[in-house]
Design a protein around this ligand. Sequence first.
Ligand code: ADP
Ligand code: C5P
Ligand code: MG
Length: 207
Amino acid sequence: DENKIKNTMGCGKSSAAGAATPSGKPSVVFVLGGPGSGKGTQCAKIVDEFKYAHLSTGDLLREESKKGGELGDKLKKTMEAGELVSSAMLVELLKKAMKDRGWEKSKFLLDGFPRNQENIDEWEKQIGKEADIKFILHIDVSKDVMKERLLKRGEESGRADDNEETILKRFETFEKESLPIIQFYEKKKLVRKVDSSKPVDEVYAEV
Ligand code: ADP
Ligand code: C5P
Ligand code: MG
């Protein structure tokens, strides 16, 4: 497994995120962090200032689930349970979204991905060396703050998973499946962690 993760990082650690990829491959920053930590908020600010395409896998899944049908219903149920959807379909969606935005020479912020080992394996299978992963941006804040933010967001988001019961399940999933992924990348010195407990603009200054 260690090698599998390592293989997704086929890039020079020293290259700047903003630099064009000489290979013409898209360059990718994975934006990770717990639910409600502020990933989407910070990505939006990065996009305002820099030429990145922002893709939130959660947003892609919500869009897909709205289409209904068997797949849509299944996605909806999984998301309402605070669990992770199957990776093959998710990475297919993600790759298609990346292609739609323009594949070559693009810079992507992939928000909320990868969330577990299966996500990484599937990335490797479907994308692998076709993209250069630059680093992982970890938006970090305590569970108490995340919960407060999610409950507040839930007042207006219309998201079926921004309720207390699902929030707790999402935290469980995050701790069990996603934190180990961040910790692994940390050991590889590929994580740039930002304290997200401060006001949005202060967090962004650090980002
Ligand atoms: P994520 O994409 O990680 O789930 P969001 O960016 O949607 O998180 O943020 C969750 C909620 O918290 C949103 O309502 C957002 O406006 C709010 N929020 C994000 N960052 C901050 C911050 N630094 N301080 C206060 N509220 C924030
Ligand atoms: O990132 P976001 O909080 O928008 O994700 C919402 C939900 O989408 C997650 O709780 C999970 O059910 C699903 N998801 C997933 N796999 C990902 C990203 C999101 O299953 N990589
Ligand atoms: Mg988000």
